[in-house]
Design a protein around this ligand. Structure first.
Ligand code: CP3
Length: 342
């Protein structure tokens, strides 16, 4: 590792880094006025994601404003189902919509790489635009989380459609998970070859799975993704985010072999320290505290830093930033955590 090795990568390689590296999930987006301005220029959210110049610009916006140590490429997890041939669109003010999937045999890798080429071009553009000490992050949605959107055709809280599908037709569900596992491996390798220094796998709906479900639909496929990516691109750290997995976090870390784990805000500091003995931990400020600001925010940042600063640690939110968040609160957090982890 050289002096230019990004602090985030050093933490993911097991170093205790002072001050702690920081980035925020959804750090690009609607809480920034310059994002809302740029967003108006694209006919749709997916057009925005596939426009290389716009994606690079949206990714750079928070990097200009804030002292983040890493930059996650502006894209979306749902570009993968789209690249596999499923219809995907976004309804303004509501969220994603897909034509609900009943039979995974209709999905196809034909044209997959060409469809995602703009994402890789944006990663290259971003890597060229940022100094070496800032890490560029690629990402994908985990197979289970992607499947929940693909089966329901929209977001949902409890993922009833995907859970009942998996319980009713486990072999068909396995076939879908296998296709998505392959798609995730290819998409992460594409981003790494374009210049990503590390990647994160978002299993945002891990919270909906029971113990056996977590093992079969989250941990096993993510382990295969980790092994598949490492076989072709060894040495690029992989973060996993099994949001809401609770007592499943430790089996997730052990079973997947990830280099770092992103913690949602419900994970206690005692549990986080236990996980930190196995891997780098990232997290886990409640986005609601960030939105509200004030001394309760300073206190929450200090609480996390005091518990996690003596091991491999990346400061982040426990989930994506809320669109009503005042940008000044982000500066407040970064200043606070740099002091508390100096
Ligand atoms: O800055 C970044 O974090 C990079 C970009 C990024 C987006 N989506 C941009 C986006 C990332 C990493 C994602 C991941 C993503 N997308 C996840 C996993 C993380 C999580 O939040 O759990 C999921 C589940 C999605 C699917 C998705 N995309 C939903 C449910 C929505 C609607 C909710 C919302 O906030 O509107 C999106 C839209 C989306 N993705 C927006 C952005 C900036 C807002 C759309 C807009 O600007 O019009």
């Amino acid at each position: 590792m050289t002096n230019d090795t990004p602090s985030l990568i050093r933490a993911l390689n097991g170093e205790t880094v002072r001050p702690a590296p920081v980035w925020f999930m959804r750090q690009a987006g609607r809480y920034l006025p310059e994002y809302r301005e740029l967003r108006k220029q694209a006919p749709s959210f997916l057009d925005f994601c596939y426009n290389v110049d716009m994606a690079v610009e949206a990714t750079l916006q928070p990097m200009r404003r804030f002292a983040f140590d890493a930059s996650i490429i502006f894209s979306d997890i749902l570009v993968l189902p789209h690249a596999l041939g499923q219809d995907v669109w976004f309804v303004e003010g509501e969220g994603p919509r897909l034509t609900p999937l009943t039979d995974p045999s209709g999905l196809s890798f034909k044209g997959f790489d060409a469809h995602l080429a703009p994402v890789y071009a944006a990663v290259s553009g971003l890597r060229a635009a940022l100094p070496a000490e800032k890490a560029v992050l690629g990402f994908c949605g985990a197979p289970w989380t992607l499947a929940t959107y693909m089966i329901a055709g929209k977001g949902g809280a409890e993922q009833w459609p995907a859970r009942t599908f998996a319980a009713r037709e486990p072999e068909t569900f396995d076939a879908l998970i296998n296709i998505l596992t392959e798609a995730c491996i290819r998409h992460l390798i594409g981003q790494i070859r374009a210049g990503a220094d590390a990647v994160q796998i978002f299993d945002s709906w891990a919270s909906a799975l029971d113990e056996n479900g977590l093992e079969r639909w989250s941990i096993k496929p993510i382990h295969r993704i980790v092994e598949g990516v490492r076989a072709q691109e060894p040495g690029v750290p992989i973060l996993g985010f099994p949001r809401g997995a609770g007592h499943g976090y430790l089996p997730f870390v052990r079973g997947t072999g990830v280099d770092g784990v992103s913690l949602d805000w419900t994970v206690t500091m005692a549990a986080a320290k236990e996980l930190q003995r196995e891997t780098c931990v990232q997290g886990n400020l409640d986005p609601a505290r960030l939105k509200e600001g004030g001394t309760q925010l300073d206190d929450a940042v200090r609480h996390i830093c005091e518990h996690l600063r003596d091991g491999p640690f990346i400061f982040n939110l426990g989930h994506g930033i809320n669109l009503a968040t005042p940008p000044a609160h982000v500066t407040q957090v970064i200043e606070g955590l740099k002091t508390h982890t100096a």
